[in-house]
Design a protein around this ligand. Structure first.
Ligand SMILES: Cc1cc2nc3c(=O)[nH]c(=O)nc-3n(C[C@H](O)[C@H](O)[C@H](O)COP(=O)(O)OP(=O)(O)OC[C@H]3O[C@@H](n4cnc5c(N)ncnc54)[C@H](O)[C@@H]3O)c2cc1C
Length: 378
């Protein structure tokens, strides 16, 4: 059985930052990623990030990933396992892993940081399984990771930041974007992204949805329809549009199943986009020694995922008894960065969600020699 001080599950921005700070504190870290590359969503984000300098603003997502991975390579106390999926966290603290090429092994970590990210939501409508209908993440991966155009003429569903950014990236790749359909009466993404696509002549149809997709063996067109103020389809407002790709970008759901299995208290919080773990301000869940960071704890952005990751890395190492002169100062700074990222009217929804799932931190930040808690009720 393998051992580690800290097992980090997921190598996206949250997991990379958690690994960095935990390793810097001296902890022996095992970072497990199911994909064949580290970086999570960052590997396909060719656009420059917002935020402040501390969260790599004005740097492309893909380059932020490279920077973090390079830093991780300088630590001898970090072991990285790629193409390996964590499939279970059990009552005796044992975690099971499955390697893509057949191996199956067990790890007994002293502490765990879960940074599994999110999965894309989908829409129900007739023929939604036709080839040519993709999630936005898949379209971004095809174009920006593999250099493959998904098609020639796209209808985007969803005018949140991801839908707007991917529409822009499609045009950069020489693909025509016939329009963006948005069910809400208002555009959900930042105005700066919406203005950019509008300047390129892409129409945004608010209060509209997809009624039906057409085609026999592949997508040939879509019927869109207007929605009234009660989100009901308005008969007679159908529009036919000929496209070979329909790109769905209607939100993400936190991938919190492992936390559920580990016995962490989970709540449904709509403003965080799904089932998320209750945690304290140091990112520890209701299971002692199990921490979270990033989209798995509520859908936000890569900037906050990185800050939460740094905080979880410090907190997990501290919980194990590692210490540093600047620990308190660094934790305070990270909490301040999170407050600042969530400030203003744009952050109101997230602030409200975070309030619902944050509990009082237990008095002791360090386990002081206690064994990792057993999963209750099993
Ligand atoms: C299309 C798109 C565009 C975006 N654009 C922006 C943007 O411009 N700016 C911004 O700030 N944010 C953006 N975001 C959001 C941002 O990418 C996410 O908020 C951020 O990546 C979350 O980081 P994370 O580490 O929590 O999750 P992820 O980046 O999703 O990483 C999670 C990792 O965990 C791995 N994993 C999951 N389950 C397991 C398991 N059981 N075992 C092992 N590994 C596992 C996954 O393979 C993945 O690598 C975008 C998101 C998408 C989908």
């Amino acid at each position: 059985m393998k051992t580690a001080d800290i097992l980090v599950i997921g190598g996206g921005p949250a997991g990379l930052c958690a690994t960095l700070n935990a390793a810097e504190m001296g902890a022996k870290v095992l970072l497990v990623e199911r994909d064949d590359a580290l970086g999570g969503q960052l590997v396909k984000q060719t656009h420059m990030f917002f935020g402040s300098e501390k969260q790599y603003a004005s740097t492309r997502g893909i380059d932020i990933g490279k920077l973090l991975i390079e830093k991780i390579g300088t630590f001898e106390n970090v072991e990285v396992m790629k193409e390996t999926t964590v499939i279970g966290i059990y009552e005796d603290g044992v975690v099971t892993l499955e390697e893509r090429h057949g191996g199956y092994l067990k790890v007994k970590p002293e502490s765990i940081i879960v940074t599994t990210g999110a999965s894309e939501k989908f829409l129900g409508f007739p023929n939604n399984d036709l080839p040519g209908i993709y999630g936005a993440g898949a379209v971004q991966t095809l174009m920006n990771v593999y250099g493959v155009k998904p098609g020639n003429n796209v209808l985007m569903v969803g005018a949140g930041n991801i839908g707007l950014i991917v529409s822009y990236q499609l045009t950069q790749a020489g693909v025509n974007v016939a329009g963006i359909v948005e069910a809400a009466p208002k555009i959900g993404g930042y105005l700066v992204h919406a203005s950019k696509v509008r300047r390129m002549g892409i129409p945004i149809y608010t209060s509209h949805t997809v009624k039906q997709a057409h085609g026999s063996d592949r997508l040939t067109g879509v019927t869109m329809i207007q929605l009234d103020e009660k989100w009901q389809q308005v008969p007679g407002t159908e529009k036919e549009i000929e496209v070979d790709v329909l790109c769905i970008s209607v939100g993400l759901s936190p991938l919190s199943e492992l936390l559920h299995q580990a016995g962490c208290e989970i709540k449904y919080v709509a403003s965080l986009s799904g089932f998320v773990p209750v945690r304290d301000e140091n990112m520890m869940t209701t299971q002692e020694g199990i921490f979270v960071a990033g989209d798995v704890g509520g859908i936000e952005e890569a900037s906050s995922a990185m800050v939460e990751g740094y905080l979880a890395g410090l907190s997990a190492a501290e919980w194990l008894g590692y210490s540093s002169d600047t620990l308190t100062e660094r934790k305070t700074d990270l909490k301040e960065q999170l407050r600042s990222l969530r400030s203003g009217p744009e952050g109101a929804r997230i602030r409200q969600g975070i309030e619902q799932i944050t509990r009082q931190a237990p008095g002791n930040a360090s386990r002081k020699g206690q064994a990792m808690a057993a999963v209750p009720g099993k």
